[in-house]
Design a protein around this ligand. Structure first.
Ligand SMILES: *Cc1c(COP(=O)(O)O)cnc(C)c1O
Length: 364
């Protein structure tokens, strides 16, 4: 078995989802966002182990929806991102639910819905401030009326998406625009706006469905929620290099004393960012060790403690009980180079620095 693996805690995943559900009203449905390979956790596995406790799934692309249907998912599947006209036959064939941001395709949806002898559920999205997909608020009523003209379409949902779900003032502005538009529109089965940030910060955004993503995978400012994925590997080479010897491509790190190094078979091809070169820490057999030099495509080098034997020992790249998690690691990737004033949340940044200090035992 390959040394590097992502371990998924399926029990924690279900616990996170149950906790999110506990923050919702009884009649509020939960749509689980599983786009981008379920945030890297595995699309079909994560969907199948949660199908019994969610009401709907959300993917970004039509292909992902097809994969879900082929893996046995029978719950409704929302397609969050806009798609091409040529993808409409598959949307109907696999009974996926598109989110409508313009009225260009209504005739094509109708044509293919009739072809497959179905009524296609669609949701209408309003751009209340995200500036991405969605019809403008002034266009919403017209588009909804257009949809209602097609017998093969059913307007099942109305939605919007927040640009700053952690910022309650900006979100309140978007919500107010949304509520004004909603008052002009026909009533539908599902009204939904909230992603994870809004679910936890803003109960007024729940309406009767929420779209939870990142919180389900364990990233939220809520002590009841914990990360689901741990990235682990093992030491495959342990050796001493003499003072003056450099490490990895471009020789960006040079030993100032005789140094014990370890090689770990993970690199930027595995998602361990090149931006972590000379910045990150990993836990080797529970001991913090700094990444030396450039992150390579498939390997990294770390400084090992001078004492002990680490060949074949377990390495945690992220997620363990010390709080070394993917959020912290992602923070390291953007920390140097980026000016700290670029970071939206200076407090968050400080917290990451604090975490870095926690791991400096073996940094030189
Ligand atoms: C990704 C996404 C979500 C989920 O967002 P999280 O912040 O991960 O909870 C919800 N709605 C839309 C439209 C999205 O693109």
């Amino acid at each position: 078995m390959r040394a590097t693996r992502a371990e998924i805690n399926t029990r924690q995943f279900r616990k996170n989802i149950q906790h999110i559900k506990s923050t919702l009203d009884k009649n509020c449905a939960l749509c689980l966002t599983v786009k981008a390979n379920a945030y890297g956790h595995g699309l079909t596995q994560m969907s199948n182990i949660s199908q019994d406790i969610v009401d709907m799934f959300a993917v970004a692309a039509v292909d992902e929806g097809i994969d879900l249907r082929n893996s046995g998912i029978t719950k409704p599947i929302l397609v969050l991102s806009a798609h091409l006209e040529e993808e409409i036959p598959d949307i109907c064939r696999y009974n996926l639910t598109p989110i409508i941001s313009h009225d260009e395709f209504l005739g094509a949806y109708q044509y293919w819905a009739e072809h497959f002898g179905m009524v296609l559920n669609v949701h209408l999205k309003i751009d209340t401030g995200m500036g991405r997909t969605g019809v403008s608020p002034s266009r919403a009523k017209h588009t909804a009326e257009q949809i209602l003209l097609y017998s093969g379409l059913r307007l099942e949902g109305i939605c919007t998406h927040f640009a700053n779900s952690d910022d309650t003032a900006f979100t309140a502005g978007q919500l107010s625009v949304f509520n004004d538009v909603l008052a002009e529109l026909p009533s539908v089965t599902y009204v939904h706006t909230a992603n994870s940030g809004a679910i936890l910060n803003n109960p007024a955004s729940h309406f009767n469905m929420v779209r939870a993503g990142i919180a389900a995978y364990g990233y939220a400012k809520d002590p009841a929620i914990a990360p689901v994925l741990a990235l682990k590997s093992k030491i495959t080479v342990e050796k001493l290099i003499p003072a003056g010897h450099s490490v990895s491509y471009d020789s960006t790190w040079t030993a100032d004393k005789d140094t014990k190094i370890g090689v770990i078979p993970i690199g930027y091809a595995d998602g361990y960012f090149r931006a972590l070169s000379n910045k990150a820490f990993v836990l080797v057999d529970g001991r913090p060790c700094s990444v030396l030099g450039r992150v390579c495509m498939d390997q990294i080098v770390v400084e090992l403690p001078a004492d002990g034997n680490y060949m074949g020992k377990d390495v945690i790249l992220y997620n363990d009980s010390t709080g070394l998690n993917a959020d912290i690691v992602a923070g390291w990737a953007v920390s140097a180079g980026a000016d700290s004033s670029d970071l939206a949340e200076a407090g968050e940044f400080k917290k990451q620095r604090h975490q870095i200090n926690k791991f400096t035992l073996c940094a030189t």
